[in-house]
Write a protein that binds this ligand. Sequence first.
Ligand code: 13P
Length: 341
Amino acid sequence: MSERLEDIAVKMVAGGRGLLAADESTSTIKKRFDAINLESTETSRRDYREMLFRSEDAMKKYISGVILYEETLYQKAADGTPFVDIIKAAGSIPGIKVDTGAKPMAKFPGETVTEGLDGLADRLAKYYEAGARFAKWRGVIAISGTLPSRGSVRANAQALARYAALCQEAKIVPIVEPECLMDGKPGDHNIDRCAEVTESTLRIVFEELADARVSLEGMILKPNMVIDGKNARKASVAEVAERTVQVLKRTVPSAVPGIAFLSGGQTTEEATAHLSAINSGYDLPWFVTFSYGRALQDSALKAWNGKQENVAAGQREFAHRAEMNSLAAKGSWKAELEKAA
Ligand code: 13P
């Protein structure tokens, strides 16, 4: 298998396949398990993720790569097979979340800066040894009438750029994720405000990537869609697609091979419908696909409900969402297909 960054990047986003974000930190997965009244332990986290990664058909056909949390990168399935081997056997690429979280930013109330740069070069070398070929770092940009501040966007963009450069030196493709929040507080901003913030954030991110000498051909962008805040009016699917494409075309160089969206709090079907609309009727210079966490997992988690006897049901739900999003990545999803299933 070719190990050039450019080839790995294309493999992550091409052919109607996309990324499964299964990199919830220990505190985030606890919140997801709380919703089904399941205690989060190393074993329950293993069982849940094993269910997803062993959905062999879905993994082979629709999932190009899986973003893992550090624990999972080194974890083994119940029968002792390393998860990394299960993922690779399905023809999918193991990846790793490397940031250590968004922390309150000193002197910037209501905003965060993502940490994790100290010692990152050494960690990346270990993750490469363990089989990771791409990484993820998420910068979080708050949106309100007055936020984000210039200082916070700049600090997050700089950290993303330094992370991306370190990844490329370690032969790992960086997923650069500047998430302008739809579900932050108060979340009542409209799509115009989201467009304005997303556009200016992406401009600054690409400025910092250039200054850090990051090769655009060897990275993937993971942006939010341009969308109303969670507590605001809901723009139509067509409007979300149009505004998102407009902002991306204005800011993302065509040298970037692919864009893989986060779902960010959209319902599972919204995330699919929006992706499909973005991929139909626009002439885009990049592969555009999904890198969904909640929008790929929510229904599978509910169907599984923490019980061994529900593994097959959970896998069916996961396979369905993966298939729907794969169709969306090719612009050929239809609402009727949801009902048919
Ligand atoms: P969501 O799709 O649930 O937003 O998660 C994607 C992700 O990896 C956020 O960092």
